[in-house]
Write a protein that binds this ligand. Structure first.
Ligand code: FES
Length: 198
């Protein structure tokens, strides 16, 4: 049985999730490189099957979001500069080497990806389930910020590989779903990749 405090937190989180989603759509028109957000229809939400995503519209630094199993899944095309930030952050992260079971074996590497250029992750905060915002600009959260994801609900922070910072409420890195490449520009989310592919 949830305590009153837990119920209040969950309710606040639900409201924040709705606000974050709308806020994300607003930001799309301004500063954040963002391609699309596909809200799940009832049919899509019910479908648990794989989702095929065409990566060709994504420019370097851009994010797209698709719905899979009723959850937002992000694909971000990371630049070499973004990838360069990852090893610099290890000391500030709770699980820099992805020891916890939050990703398939083929994404257990510093980029947490099959192909480091494309980051695929479930966009749900591991604290209470809000949707973090994509904040790629260095310095946009704090002077030492090198880019990543920020959860406005209770201030959790993740780097550009979805690795959670120390001393924030979220306990775990973002989840990497099972996925595979159909070809260089097409990924299938919800279908497992042979280990070591690409
Ligand atoms: S839901 Fe609490 S920090 Fe993200």
């Amino acid at each position: 049985m949830a305590t009153k405090e837990e119920v209040d937190l969950a309710r606040r989180c639900f409201l924040m999730r709705a606000t974050t989603t709308l806020g994300g759509l607003g930001l799309a028109a301004t500063s954040i490189p963002f391609v699309s957000y596909w809200l799940p229809s009832a049919d899509t939400e019910a479908a648990a099957g794989p989702v095929t995503v065409d990566l060709s519209p994504l420019k370097p630094g851009e994010q797209l979001t698709v719905a899979w199993q009723g959850k937002p899944v992000w694909v971000i095309r990371r630049t070499p500069e973004m990838l360069d930030t990852l090893p610099k952050l290890n000391d500030f992260l709770r699980d820099p080497f992805s020891s916890e079971d939050q990703q398939p074996a083929y994404a257990k590497n510093i980029a947490r990806a099959i192909n480091p250029e494309y980051f695929v992750a479930v966009g749900v905060c591991t604290h209470l389930g809000c949707i973090p915002t994509y904040r790629p600009d260095p310095g946009s959260i704090s002077p030492s910020w090198l880019g990543g994801f920020y959860c406005p609900c209770h201030g959790s922070m993740y780097d550009l590989a979805g690795r959670v910072y120390k001393n924030v409420p979220a306990p775990l890195n973002l989840v990497i779903p099972s996925y595979t490449y159909q070809n260089d520009h097409t990924v299938v989310i919800g279908e497992d990749s042979p280990v070591g592919a690409k």
